[in-house]
Design a protein around this ligand. Sequence first.
Ligand SMILES: Cc1cc2nc3c(=O)[nH]c(=O)nc-3n(C[C@H](O)[C@H](O)[C@H](O)COP(=O)(O)O)c2cc1C
Length: 320
Amino acid sequence: MLRTRFTDLLECTAPVQVAAMPGVSTVELAAAVAEAGGLGMLGTPLLTPDALEGVLGELDEATSGATGVNFLMPFLDPACVAVAARRSRVVEFFYGDPDRQLVDEVHSHGARVSWQVGSVDEARSAERAGCDLLIAQGTEAGGHVRGRTSLLPLLSQVLDAVAVPVLAAGGIASARDLAAVLACGAAGARLGTRFLASNESGAHPDYVRAVLAASAGDTCLTEAFSVMWPDAPHRVLTSSIGAAEALADPVVGETRQGDQSLPVQRLSVMCPTRETTGHVEAMALYAGESVASILDVRPAAEIVAELTSGAEQLLAGAAG
Ligand SMILES: Cc1cc2nc3c(=O)[nH]c(=O)nc-3n(C[C@H](O)[C@H](O)[C@H](O)COP(=O)(O)O)c2cc1C
């Protein structure tokens, strides 16, 4: 077992967190990662407090492992924070200035607080705000990218600057990657794109196929998919930008959120899920540079087991 300050803090057994990826990180995926000993996360944008309560009830029935809820600050519904904090081990925030009031509110309900950061200044500020755990996100990451520094330089600086445990995120998909960041001093890793290609993922099958076929050079940082969320750089498969630009219609497909059917606007922030129809190839196909080493769809539990046992062996070999 790879015991770290992260596994101690969250009382779990694997130093691995699945990123909250709305529409992709299903209850099944969060539960599978938690059952495998990691931290299972759910994303929440546009959920009402009642709907969040319902989803967290499903998650509770599926696992008694470590789970958490992620909030994107630009879409934060403050009424959801207490619901998440009462029912999860960790409540997490991303893409906004660290906020002591929010941290205190989560703590008052007994949960831990984590904040994904993209710079050393943001890391210091999150620690000052009272966060228990930070995630240092390098620019290799899939999805929205907060900073301008790639993972290793950022991780080294953040580890020097703060005392709380730090997870590494961005471009991590293999046991070698996990071993590297643990050796550097990280308390674990957070992976998004690797779990997008898992059996439990909610991503559309064509999206998953495109991820499996891609190399690191097939992704780019862009602001192209900015409808609903402008001025926020994100890493996608480059092919999705050209495909979206080639379409003239303002609506490129349809998706579902709960019982509701929603149009997908061209260049919208929404990525295609199993329930999406239309021009999937022209939607936001978020992916990290980790695509290079993602070659197959696997059960999430196998991904966690392979990451941790492989990293343990590599680290033992390095020590010997
Ligand atoms: C499809 C997708 C959706 C994401 N959505 C969120 C989100 O809602 N909140 C968040 O904090 N991070 C989100 N991220 C970013 C992750 O937190 C993480 O930084 C990233 O996945 C790490 O890089 P990797 O994809 O190479 O593993 C998303 C990433 C992907 C790939």
